[in-house]
Design a binder for this molecule. Structure first.
Ligand SMILES: [Zn+2]
Length: 447
């Protein structure tokens, strides 16, 4: 495959979304304040910035000095610059990626609380982009979520304004998802997350696992998805590479390999649809603690909801530059089928007790598989942030649905999820559901 064919496929979903790729002659140089780069949050920002910007643009230079990767991160002790550079080159072998000082004419993407006229800064669960110095007060505990969120916001601004300046500042937090920074000193590394099952390892599911692994390796992962990696998947996932696409590697295999290399010890994967997976169908009562439901094919939400799921967290990307985070706890008045009803033509009925075997379409499935790289990163990050909070007393802290809009200045809006009259969940027995998830780590959130 030549360079043009590669880029045609690489940017296919962005073009379908109605957006055009960035000018590849415009060099982006990532710089960082030295103190920030030495910190856990700063290194999360550096890794995510190289990963995301390298997928958004074929012309990215690393303008910060090399240091060993922070002890709290996967790949601890290795060269930060080499790791970041290798990541960009494996995603896009035709791109121009290297290291050099920032030069006149470069677009400078600066990480840290200060050091440039505009800054991208995260601390704890808080994120800030805009004129420097940062408005955030420093948070001691290592979380990385705010740092990663700031990079996503900064990348969205770069893409939206086509390398324009950040003229307006914006601050927010990923704890209760409002535009007011919050003083929360909670690091998710103290307690195991338990068994995290992901149904659907496309861009959002793979990104959620990527961000989880940056924060902690103390969880058991189960990955279920029938698809292989294609070149068109590379720009929207922080994990998939050109080498994966060349051999049509199963998405679950690519994510499993990433997690194992990062230090997650217990990883199981199944390259089939959820309703065909023994890991889902034959799981023991209470064995799955949280489900990241990031699939939308094969009527997956029907199979999830009829299978008495544990706490479900996921986020979708929308047609209007938004990522929307969703939470369903067992027993709540709205399930995921209330949000995404099955197509009536193919809808299973409540009398279908022997279980559907045919491929049934949902309304959601008909949407074109198109999104922008930073939207998929945002959706994965929002999902991971929620999983990381589950162990904190008093969870949840936000509305059941939170939309992050990036079409203009960033916008966060929390809303409830209404029940849909006639939804299949009306026939679901709460007692049976409670019994089915008894013993799972987060069963206490059931209603
Ligand atoms: Zn429902």
């Amino acid at each position: 495959m030549d360079q043009q064919q590669f880029y045609d496929r690489l940017n296919d979903r962005m073009l379908r979304y109605g957006a055009s790729p960035l000018d590849q002659t415009q060099v982006v140089t990532i710089t960082a304040s030295p103190g920030y780069l030495a910190s856990y949050d700063g290194q999360v920002a550096a890794l995510v910035a190289c990963n995301l910007l390298g997928r958004l643009s074929p012309s990215v230079q690393i303008g910060f000095p090399d240091i060993p990767i922070h002890p709290r991160l996967p790949w601890a002790g290795r060269s930060l610059v080499k790791h970041a550079l290798d990541g960009m080159r494996t995603a896009d072998p035709f791109g121009s990626y290297g290291t050099r000082q920032v030069t006149a004419g470069d677009f400078r993407f600066h990480l840290g609380p200060d050091g440039h006229n505009t800054v991208i800064h995260g601390s704890g669960w808080n994120a800030y982009i805009g004129t420097g110095p940062s408005q955030l007060s420093p948070i001691e505990s290592d979380v990385g979520i705010g740092a990663a969120l700031a990079v996503v916001l900064g990348a969205a601004n770069l893409f939206r304004t086509r390398f324009g300046a950040m003229t307006e500042s914006f601050a927010c937090n990923a704890w209760d998802w409002t535009d007011v920074p919050k003083r929360v000193e909670f690091s998710p590394v103290e307690i195991s997350l338990g068994h995290v099952m992901t149904a659907g390892l496309g861009s959002v599911g793979s990104a959620a696992n990527y961000f989880l692994a940056l924060a902690t390796r103390d969880f058991r992962a189960t990955l279920i998805d029938p698809d292989g990696v294609g070149i068109h998947n590379i720009t929207r996932s922080p994990i998939f590479t050109d080498a994966d696409a060349k051999i049509d590697l199963a998405k679950v295999e690519a994510v499993a390999a990433f997690l194992r290399r990062a230090g997650v010890e217990d990883v199981a994967d199944d390259p089939v649809a959820l309703h065909q997976s023994a890991l889902w169908n034959l799981r023991e009562t209470g064995a799955t603690d949280v489900l990241i439901s990031a699939a939308n094919e094969f009527n997956v939400r029907y199979h999830i909801e009829m299978g008495f799921p544990p706490v479900q967290l996921y986020a979708t990307t929308g047609r209007n530059w938004q990522a929307t985070l969703m939470r369903h706890v067992p027993g709540a008045k709205a399930c995921s089928l209330c949000m995404f009803p099955p197509d009536e033509k193919f809808a299973p009925t409540t009398c279908a007790t022997d279980g559907p075997t045919a491929h049934q379409t949902t309304v959601e499935e008909k949407r074109p598989d198109a999104a922008l790289p930073f939207l998929s990163f945002a959706a994965g990050l929002m999902t991971a942030a929620e999983v990381l909070k589950l162990n904190y007393p008093g969870y949840p802290f936000s509305a059941k649905r939170v939309m992050l809009g990036l079409k203009e200045q960033p916008l966060l809006v929390g809303t409830s999820i209404p029940h849909r009259t006639g939804c299949l969940c009306e026939g679901r027995h709460k007692g049976v559901h409670k019994a089915a998830i008894a013993g799972s780590r987060y069963a206490k959130f059931s209603i």
